[in-house]
Design a protein around this ligand. Structure first.
Ligand code: ADP
Length: 584
């Protein structure tokens, strides 16, 4: 039963976003395991070859046997070579798949995460994505090989015991030493790896914030604040990663020394075994080679435990992000076939995540299809917040936001936004051509429609003057254009396809009065019969509206036709003048 399986998967010790790619790699891991097992067997064969040569070939100068043995060994080495290459290849393919799958789920999650669950810093998020590397390194690297090598440690010990009898206790004595050191350093390593990760994320956030707003940073002279933040982030990170490396080096070096001790220990004690004739010279050499091989995988395991900590920290960080709810209804959601264009706010309260005050408080209004509404009011009165709630960027804290009578939370957010043209205050363009920025992958939009939208928003005027026209490549965030040019491209983007609802937040904030006048004429024609919500400070834009909603302190204070509002404002003004006059 699929539903049951799903629950079971989520109860597992790894979350779905990681467990699924790992499961998909299972056939590859099996191949890696098989190759690693054969490589281990070949290593035993090499040691036994040396023993045979010392014991059988050297004393009697048996050249024929040596030739036969050599041919066998060469075959083994060729296989060994091929298998090692294959093993590395399979591990890398598994790594690339894990990278791609996890990368894709994290990116999807970033795109659909709910903004009301608290904002993540840009740098923090991009640092998080970098942590995929840590996970990939752990799940597709020496780990699988080491896990296969581990049981072979027992087999190798058994072979040593067969050849050298009690000599096997020498490498066995080294095993607890390596394991104990690895275990003893674990708590410290765990603490240090989470400190290192925290430091790396901190560094990333300062860096991304600075690079993202370099012009503002320079003009506001914010360099010294940022460089002291950077210094402390770098110092913290470097310190933690230095400590981590020291501890990890100690345990890796101890494992290396233990390996040498096992090898030389077997040689030293082997002398006694040879003296009482329980071991041949060839046996001694085979045992010493094998003893080294017993300890080597343990060293790798010690090293892996270190990486396990980094991987676990990365996993927790990514998982806590991935567990945050995504926007939209929990199921597939209702499709949005066609919108009529009615919007209603019913008893809406809204508080931004972590904000002490309500940004909207008991907001009620209904905008009918085809109405043109201006939202006005002082700065911080909640106008932009209303626009954000209309396009479902945030769900209301209580109350309902309804589009055509349906709660926006029930609608699929991508579909809803594809039917609403939105021009919010942040007119950031993406890297790519102007055409790509306007169409944003909407294949159904024809060239003529794009040009029409650009003519309405007046972007066509300047785009047609560029030598490469609509194919002009924009740099990062469209910074090669002026604020006004960016704004009119963004406006064209919202007009393309004639969506039935258009929401604009200060659409003319970056253009001059003359352009604004021409724009107004175009827009009046454009919005005929379609719902328009326009957030504005500019009295000139009010001419576009046939209804005005006035906000103050997150509440609707006036709502009516422009004449009614003008009369009410005039009444209030004259009442205030009268009061001031009496006071004087
Ligand atoms: P307006 O558009 O009328 O100038 P906003 O709707 O942008 O006002 O803001 C209303 C209130 O919400 C303000 O008090 C502002 O401080 C707060 N606010 C706006 N955006 C955020 C945000 N992203 N996080 C927290 N508080 C916010």
């Amino acid at each position: 039963m699929p539903a049951g399986t799903k629950i079971e998967e989520q109860k597992g010790w790894l979350a779905d976003w990681l467990a699924t790619p790992l499961r998909r790699n299972r056939p590859l891991y099996l191949k890696v395991g098989l190759a690693a097992a054969l490589i281990n067997i070949f290593a035993l064969v090499t040691a036994l070859f040396t023993m045979t040569v010392y014991d059988r070939v050297v004393p009697s100068n048996a050249t024929d046997s040596l030739i036969a043995l050599t041919i066998g060994l060469v075959l083994v080495l060729i296989f060994d070579f091929g298998l090692k290459l294959l093993r590395a290849y399979f591990v890398d393919v598994a790594g690339a798949r894990i990278d791609r799958d996890i990368g894709r789920s994290i990116f999807d999650h970033i795109l659909t995460m709910r903004l009301d669950q608290g904002r993540h810093s840009t740098g923090g998020l991009s640092g998080l994505v970098r942590e995929i590397d840590t996970l990939r390194d752990f799940f597709a690297s020496a780990t699988i090989t080491a896990l296969v090598d581990l049981p072979f440690t027992l087999i190798t010990l058994a072979v040593i015991a067969l050849i050298g009898g009690w000599l096997v206790f020498v490498p066995m004595a080294m095993i607890p030493l390596v394991i104990l050191v690895a275990l003893a350093t674990q708590p410290l390593m765990r603490k240090l790896s989470s400190e290192t990760l925290g430091g790396a994320l901190g560094k990333q956030s300062v860096l991304v914030e600075t690079i993202g707003s370099l012009e503002t940073v320079k003009s506001a002279n914010a360099g010294s604040v940022l460089s002291s933040r950077w210094d402390s982030a770098v110092t913290g990170h470097a310190g933690a990663s230095l400590r981590q490396r020291i501890v990890s080096n100690v345990s890796i070096t101890i494992a290396g020394t233990a390996q040498t001790m096992a090898y030389t220990g077997v040689v030293i004690f082997g002398v006694f075994a040879i003296a009482n004739q329980s071991l041949t010279l060839g046996g001694l050499i085979a045992c010493s080679i094998l003893a080294g091989r017993v300890v080597a995988p343990l060293g790798t395991i010690a090293h892996l435990l270190t990486r396990l900590n980094a991987a676990r920290t990365a996993y927790r960080q990514i998982n806590s992000f991935m567990e945050q709810p995504v926007e939209g209804p929990s199921g597939t959601g209702m499709g949005v076939r066609q919108l009529d264009g009615a919007i209603e706010f019913r008893n809406v309260d809204f508080r931004y995540p972590g904000a002490p005050e309500l940004a909207l408080s008991n907001v009620n209004f209904r905008i009918e299809k085809g109405e043109h509404v201006a939202l006005i009011g002082p700065i911080g009165s909640g106008k932009s917040t209303i626009a954000r709630l209309m396009i479902g960027l945030y769900p209301p804290s209580s109350g309902l936001v309804l589009v055509d009578g349906t709660d926006v939370r029930q609608l699929s957010p991508t579909e809803l936004r594809s039917k609403m043209g939105a021009l919010l205050q942040d007119n950031v363009l993406l890297t790519g051509s102007i055409r790509e920025n306007i169409l944003l992958g909407r294949k159904e939009v024809e060239e003529e429609e794009m040009v029409r939208a650009c003519k309405v928003s007046l972007a066509h005027d300047f785009i047609s003057r560029f030598p490469s026209g609509y194919d002009l490549e924009l740099a990062d965030r469209g910074e090669s254009l002026s604020g006004g040019q960016r704004q009119s491209i963004a406006m064209a983007r919202s007009l393309v396809g004639r969506p039935p609802i258009i929401i604009m937040d200060e659409p003319t904030s970056s253009v001059d009065a003359d352009t604004e006048r021409r724009l107004m004429n175009n827009l009046r024609e454009e919005f005929e019969g379609r719902t328009l919500v326009i957030v504005t400070h500019r009295p000139s834009l009010l001419r576009l509206a046939d209804r005005i909603i006035m906000m103050a302190n997150g509440r609707v204070v006036m709502d009516g036709s422009p004449e009614t509002i003008r009369n009410q404002v005039a009444d209030i003004r004259s009442a205030m003048r009268g009061r001031d006059g009496q006071a004087a």
